[in-house]
Design a protein around this ligand. Structure first.
Ligand code: GTB
Length: 215
């Protein structure tokens, strides 16, 4: 089996691991599956040949022999279903882990992406300063709900699953804003996940490409 993922030629985050190839790298590392990376320029993402692989002109895409996938939720579910390690063996446990994957990208990530939009895209609009507190309040509400559920548990379910992997990568996007650090339970949850050897390998692999020399 030959696996290739696509990634930015150089991520705008300078090696913080926030671009979404990192969550796919992490899943592959967790299950012990080697992979190659095809680096794509911003212009290349919008070329018809790349859109045939990823219709929205984004990274990452996932190529496994003659199978082509896009959307990190689908890619990570595919990896988790074909290898041991990211989904519990019992049917209910698997369903719960998949539920957390959907919760990460369907419930927790949208307000976090709103924050990115208001800061980076809408920042110069006259109304951006008024919108920002509303967006931050929605994020705090979601984080409070999630941390209440997590409580003092190590992971969202009985063991680390693809649901935690997805949730943690979604939460990491909040780090530059400082909002994650304000929720101690979730900051500790993210730190626990980041200490996993598989995460460390995935992070190092993207840093080797994206890290700013001397930074
Ligand atoms: N729903 C898709 C998925 O989950 O696969 C979303 C994929 C996506 O948003 N890809 C982004 C992309 O290719 C990169 S990850 N953008 C280019 C484009 O749309 O033209 C998002 C991202 C980008 C940069 C940072 N950063 O620098 O901090 C963080 C996250």
């Amino acid at each position: 089996m030959t696996i290739t993922i696509t990634a930015f030629e150089r991520s705008p985050d300078g090696g913080k691991g926030l671009a979404r190839d990192t969550r796919v790298r992490w899943a592959l590392e967790e299950v012990g599956q080697s992979y190659d990376v095809q680096f794509v320029s911003f212009a290349g993402l919008k070329e018809p040949a790349y859109r045939a692989v990823q219709p929205f002109g984004q990274i990452p895409a996932y190529l496994e022999d003659d199978l082509v996938l896009f959307e990190t939720g689908s890619i990570i579910l595919h990896i988790a279903e074909r290898h041991e390690g990211l989904l519990p063996r019992d049917a209910h446990g698997r369903a719960r882990a998949i539920t957390w994957m959907f919760a990460a990208i369907g419930t927790v990530e949208p307000p976090i992406l709103d924050l990115v939009t208001v800061r980076l895209v809408e920042g110069k609009e006259a109304w951006a300063a008024e919108r920002l507190p509303l967006v931050e309040a929605r994020i705090h509400a979601r984080l409070a709900e999630l941390s209440t559920y997590l409580g003092d548990k190590e992971w969202l379910e009985d063991q680390f699953t693809a649901g935690d992997l997805m949730m943690v990568h979604v939460l990491q996007r909040l780090k530059p804003s400082g909002l994650l650090a304000r929720n101690e339970t979730l900051a500790a949850y993210v730190a626990r996940a980041e200490a996993r050897p598989a995460y460390q390998r995935a992070f190092a692999a993207q840093l080797a490409i994206n890290g700013l020399t001397g930074a």
